[in-house]
Design a binder for this molecule. Structure first.
Ligand code: PMP
Length: 445
């Protein structure tokens, strides 16, 4: 049983011996990705994968995008890092670009190194501005894993402590597969939810800082409420001066196809007071950040720096990446190729009894699996489909509510081609069909 010291299996053993147990890994035999190009990655054993998850997770535009790689290496050769205590030209440039596309009037931008830290800053701004530590969040949400971000994360399986510096009120996130809400049509549902929010705010004494919400819940399984729900919530909040934080960590930069930002799908509500972003904007470099109206951003009295937030090498990546995605209209690509991919995924799922729903916007598609008959979440089925897809060279993600990751998350880089969309959908169709057979789903109806 030859298992060389450098093998992924040995690396897995070392990982488990020294890293936290809760640093979860995908796959029974986790893979070590060593390089990438375009929409593909390769593992240390030479296997090639079409990457249908990296678009959100790691590399928004494309792996090894020459424009970004070149900008990063040129900057790296000059200086890796200075400090936000000194003038930082790439930071000013990226802030100008982001302010211009944010849709927020009189926008100011603060850079962090992660989405968690961006949300932490947003919560700091909102609580300071409103002088309240009460926050409204959506059930099934995920906003990061700092002490404060966990405190507004409704998805318990990602929220390891219920202790929190914040007092959080959780309102309905809009997914209504079961219970009394399942019977209501959209308008009645929205009315019920806003009435509930109004009642909650009454009990909170009107002293609430902000609503934080993902326009499409990412980790929660690419779910969103009916159109109009967030706008209706917003209306109730605006009347009371409560701020709206839109967590665009997954939905920003054209990912959803129809819109550049997720909040624009709820545009009746106008722009958010605070917007947070992260993940893909650096195309693999760690950039996060907050955009807010000057009046909100400037409510902090103290001096502040972030040691690595806005570092020139990450800003070089952000500038090159943002230029590329605007010049190549990747939002349009997300709409066109994403639309086609969704159609193909629907067709792929049509014959499968383990699929409950295929949903999505742009290049953000969720395939929800459930036990036939009962409709119960089926995390084992999702894990099996993930393994089967991987065997055939396709990486996808998992998500979903509570401890039940039953939703396949499909989020390829924004440069996805039609041929790649078709190839990936075909692999997924095969995986679903094989899972149907292996799980005996067809017979258990
Ligand atoms: N907000 C959302 C919506 C996210 O999906 C994530 C990451 N999954 C975060 C915040 C946290 O970002 P990070 O992992 O960069 O801290």
């Amino acid at each position: 049983d030859h298992d060389p010291a450098g093998s992924p299996r040995m690396l897995h053993a070392r990982h488990r011996a020294v890293l936290p147990d809760w640093l979860a890994l995908y796959y029974d035999e986790p893979i070590e990705i060593t390089h990438g190009e375009g929409r593909h990655v390769w593992d240390s054993e030479g296997n090639r994968y079409l990457d249908f998850f990296g678009g959100i997770l790691t590399t928004m535009t494309a792996h090894a995008l020459p424009e970004v790689t070149k900008a990063v290496s040129e900057q790296a050769q000059r200086i890796l890092h200075t400090s936000s205590l000194y003038l930082d030209r790439p930071m000013v440039e990226l802030a100008e670009r982001i302010a211009a596309v944010s849709g927020i009037p009189d926008a100011r931008v603060f850079f962090t190194t992660s989405g968690t830290e961006a949300n932490d800053t947003a919560l700091l701004l909102a609580t300071t501005h409103r002088r309240s530590n009460q926050i409204v969040a959506l059930r099934n949400s995920y906003h990061g894993r700092s002490f404060s971000a966990i405190g507004v994360t409704g998805n318990r399986s990602w929220s390891p402590t219920s202790l929190s510096p914040l007092q959080t009120l959780y309102v309905h996130g809009g997914v209504r597969t079961r219970g009394p809400f399942a019977e209501l049509d959209d308008a009645a549902f929205i009315e019920a939810c806003t009435e509930d929010l109004t009642d909650m705010l009454g009990q909170a004494g009107g002293d609430v800082a902000a609503l934080i919400a993902e326009p499409v819940q990412g980790v929660g399984g690419f779910t969103s409420g009916p159109d109009g729900l967030l706008a209706a919530y917003r209306e109730v909040l605006r009347e009371r001066g409560i701020l709206w934080i839109s967590d665009e960590v997954q939905t920003g930069w054209g990912r959803t196809g129809e819109h550049f930002w997720g909040w624009q799908a709820h545009a009746q509500a106008g722009p958010p007071d605070i917007l947070t972003f992260a993940k893909g904007i650096g195309n693999g470099m760690s950039i996060g950040g907050v955009v807010a109206r000057a009046e909100v951003m400037n409510c902090l009295a103290a001096n502040s720096i972030s040691t690595f937030g806005g570092s020139p090498v990450t800003m070089a990546a952000g500038n090159a990446n943002l230029n590329y995605l605007l010049e190549h209209d990747l939002q349009g690509n997300a709409r066109r190729v994403g639309g086609l991919l969704l159609e193909r995924l629907r067709a792929a799922a049509a014959g499968s009894v383990i699929v409950r729903e295929v949903r999505g916007r742009g290049l953000m598609a969720g395939v929800e699996l459930a036990r036939p008959g009962t409709g119960e979440p089926w995390p084992e089925a999702a894990s099996l489909v993930l393994e089967l897809a991987r065997e055939r060279g396709l990486l996808v993600g998992k998500g979903g509510g509570h401890s039940t990751s039953s939703v396949l998350r499909v989020a390829p880089p924004l440069t996805l081609t039609v041929a790649e969309a078709e190839e990936g959908a075909e692999i997924l169709e095969h995986a679903l069909r094989t899972a149907d057979t292996q799980l005996g789903g067809k017979n258990s109806q």
